[in-house]
Every structure is written in C-alpha cells, then in structure tokens.
Design a protein around this ligand. Structure first.
Ligand code: OAD
Length: 251
C-alpha cells in the first residue's frame, strides 16, 4: 500500500481499536544506531548466532563478553528515537495499552512508555550466574569493559547480562502477560521485527487466530507480510510520528 494512504488507514484503525498493543523488534532501535540481527547489515551476517547461546556462554564466557562489548550490548550510548517517542505518545493519548518488546535496550522506557513487557530481558541489568546478585549495568560499567570475564564482587561468580540467550526459556511471567495482552487486543501494531525467533514470533499468530487486526511497520518486506491486514514500508522513526500526527488531526 502506498505509504500516505496506508498511514491514514492505520491511523484510523488505531484511533478506533478496542485495545491496541505494540509488538517491537530490533528494527525500532535501528535509527538509534543499534544493529538489527538479520538483513544486510545484521549482526548474524557478521557473527555466528551461536555466540549468543547459553551453551556457548557456559563454555566460553570470555568469547560472549567480547561479542557483547564489540556490539555495544550495554547500550549506554544509545538514545530513544522518534519511533520510541511516538509509541510513548500513543500510550499517553490512551490509544495504546502496552508495548511488548523483544528488545533488551530499555529504549521504550527511556522514551516515556509506562507499560512495557520485556520478553527477552533487559541488558540494563547484570546478574551473577552463581548467587543471582543483580547489578545496574551503568554502576559496574568499568568492570564490564575492563574484565575479560566480569565477576561478581560478592561471590566471584561469572556475570551475565539479564537477557535471554538462545536455548534459554523466556521469562514465564512476562510471556504470560504478553499472551494475555495479545489475546485481549483488537489491534496489534508490530514494528521492526522479522518474526523469525520463537516463541516470540507466535504472538502475532495468536493474535491472528483471535481475529485481531495486524499492522506491520517495517523498512523491508518480511516473511510474515501475508499475516498482516496493513503493511507500511518505511523507517519506523518516520512512519510512526506521521501516524500519531494523523490521529491527532483526524475527527
Ligand atoms: P531482526 O533483525 O530479525 O529484524 C529486524 C527487522 O527490522 C527487519 O524486518 C528489518 O527489515 C526491520 N528494520 C530495520 N530497520 C528498520 C527501521 N529503521 N524501521 C523499521 N523497520 C526496520 O530483529 P528481531 O525481529 O527483533 O533474540 O529479532 C528477533 C530476535 O532475534 C531478537 O530478539 C534476538 C534475535 O536473535 C535473542 O537474542 C533471543
């Protein structure tokens, strides 16, 4: 659909939806300078995804931490972009109930979104794999950048970002909450996700089965476009503010 008419249709759908829920992936943070996983410049073109598996972390935490530092996975330099801000504004306008995110960068909360469900964890927390002590990433940034394998100052155990690695179960409470939100939504607004990783990718499928309308905003064609009622192609940081603007000026 041509972007302008798609934006007007999507604005209309959001404005009149019973409950709208957003579902975001790495693409929403691309304009904050964070690499996506797939696609031409995606991390998995440069690195073997196995480096982000729990097996690999257990065998060789040094390699994992080197990867985490190289890709800037401690995110302190990243800032929310206009797409994060637009979703926060939609919540403030009472047009969006929550944001379910696969991202671990914390940028939705920093943009002002209040109700955020993180199904892959948050890299702003670091946990000890032995005694479960938790640290704020920003408080121990020296240790994370200088120690090859950062360790817990309470028990000496190996530290790990509080994110879900491949092979780990999703946090049950967050995923159950996400399922509940999706099941009661009249509209699912997906932004910047290739939908290639399960069980997160099952959420739009659950929505579809429930008769929920699905809108996708993505800069590329994706393998799941057929599931969508509306697809708007373009950078989220441009498209989402235009949708918010269209809702504000429409009757
Ligand atoms: P992907 O990297 O798989 O997909 C990113 C999507 O964002 C693609 O469809 C891009 O076309 C789109 N995109 C890129 N830039 C964009 C922009 N400026 N505006 C709009 N769309 C844009 O990322 P995810 O779907 O989030 O899991 O990946 C899912 C999971 O795979 C991640 O949570 C991570 C990864 O392996 C774990 O680490 C467990």
């Amino acid at each position: 659909m041509e972007a302008y008419s798609a934006i007007l249709s999507v604005a209309h759908e959001i404005k009149h939806a019973k409950r709208a829920v957003a579902f975001t992936g790495a693409g929403i943070s691309a304009e904050s300078g964070l690499a996506t996983f797939r696609g031409r410049d995606g991390l998995w073109n440069k690195y073997d995804p196995a480096v982000a598996s729990i097996e690999s972390f257990a065998q060789d935490p040094r390699k994992f931490w080197q990867f985490a530092r190289e890709i800037g996975w401690i995110f302190l330099a990243a800032r929310p972009n206009d797409a994060h801000i637009a979703l926060a504004e939609l919540e403030e306008m009472k047009r969006l109930d929550c944001v379910i995110t696969q991202n671990v960068d914390g940028l939705h909360q920093r943009a002002g979104s209040k109700h955020v469900i993180e199904i892959h964890g948050n890299a702003g927390r670091i946990i000890c794999t032995r005694c479960a002590s938790a640290y704020a990433t920003e408080k121990i940034i020296d240790r994370l950048t200088k120690q090859e394998i950062p360790t817990c100052d309470r028990c000496g155990g190996t530290l790990k970002p509080d994110v879900i690695l491949f092979g780990e179960p999703l946090p049950k409470k967050a995923f159950d909450q996400a399922l509940k939100e999706v099941k009661s939504a009249g509209l699912l607004l997906a932004v910047g996700t290739s939908l290639e990783v399960y069980p997160a990718a099952s959420l739009p499928e659950v929505a579809k089965k429930n008769g929920t309308k699905i809108i996708s905003i993505d800069s590329e064609k994706t393998g799941w476009d057929d599931l969508c009622d509306y697809k708007v192609n373009g950078p989220a940081g441009e498209i989402l503010p235009r949708i918010v603007q269209a809702i504000k000026i429409s009757f």
